[in-house]
Design a protein. Sequence first.
Length: 131
Amino acid sequence: MKKILLPLVALAFATPAAAQSIVVTGAEENDSAPLSVAYEELKAGQNAMAVDKLTHSSLDRDDPSRLINLGTAYARLGQTADAQTAYKAAITSDIRYDVELANGTYMDSRWAARTALANLNQGKPLLALAR
């Protein structure tokens, strides 16, 4: 069963490369609180704290939202190889669901990870995703 996200938030950051970064947050329809995938840390630009939180998270290690946010945090820290590894893990994860982007469109979690990886490889704004 696919998971659907509730309302989302897009954030603009100070650097031009990150000006169009998308950070999505929400919860499953039945859930009263969103899962912690370092949204607040990414929002605040606290990328090292986001890495720490996501690497010590109780979320499934193959959860695409966790992996995509981890990749984005690594990318913002200049750790491109680690970012690529996280995005590729999200692409191949057995866990898959649709996510709603800030512009109201829906994207499969694997496509979101592919988009994030392509953006990283092309030096475009990063895609950060929270479940």
